[in-house]
Ligand binder design. Structure first.
Ligand code: S3P
Length: 193
């Protein structure tokens, strides 16, 4: 696991060579889509969001898939969609918070991509998600406790990602810059080539 670099000689403008997708993982509200779009723009790569791709494939929103067909059906669709996205070559893929927890998806991501975990405290995630009505797992009386429980269950698994970046209170622009530098360091080290 690599942590965000602090070496002042590295800048976000250095070029990067990629031969595979970068897959963003982490809990709801970690900033996967926002940071993912920024990475795609910065590296000149296509951006894909697994939740959006699932919605396109299913023809309805994630919350409706959960409500009408149930979570297992969503996970099944998510697994198949991500398998397809992983064939896209160099690209940035933001995944739904549960995707990397699925053993089959995790194995496929490890084999075919560079994984990057955006780690954040449940309190930070709660602040970022509290107004959202689109996340079925947080649509309950006590979403902060849900986030704490999910963090306890999932963080040891997200920690298997190739790179970990803290996505704290400093704002997603700072998280993006840390992610760019960490990915460049990872590419330079050639750990995946
Ligand atoms: C989920 C996270 C959501 C979405 C679904 C389930 C999860 O995506 O895939 O509601 O299990 O954590 P985001 O992480 O993009 O909110």
């Amino acid at each position: 696991m690599a942590i965000a670099p602090t070496n002042a000689s590295e800048t976000a403008d250095d070029p990067i060579k990629l031969d595979r997708p970068i897959v963003l993982v982490g809990l709801m509200g970690a900033g996967k889509s926002c940071v993912g779009r920024g990475l795609a723009e910065s590296f000149g790569l296509p951006f894909m969001d697994s939740d959006s791709e699932v919605e396109t494939a299913a023809g309805c929103e994630v919350r409706d898939i959960f409500e009408v067909y149930g979570e297992p059906a969503f996970r099944d669709c998510e697994r198949r969609v991500i398998q397809r996205l992983l064939l896209s070559g160099p690209s940035i893929i933001a995944t739904g918070g549960g995707a990397f927890i699925d053993p089959e998806t995790r194995w496929a991501v490890k084999k075919n991509a560079i994984s990057l975990w955006l780690r954040a405290d449940p309190e930070v995630l709660f602040q970022r998600t509290k107004r959202s009505k689109t996340r079925p797992l947080l649509n309950n009386e006590d979403p902060l406790t849900t986030l704490k429980n999910l963090a306890e269950q999932r963080y040891p698994i997200y920690a298997e990602a190739d790179i970990t970046i803290d996505s704290g209170n400093e704002g997603l622009e700072m998280t993006l810059q840390k992610a760019i530098l960490a990915l460049k360091r990872n590419a330079q080290q050639g750990t995946k080539s």
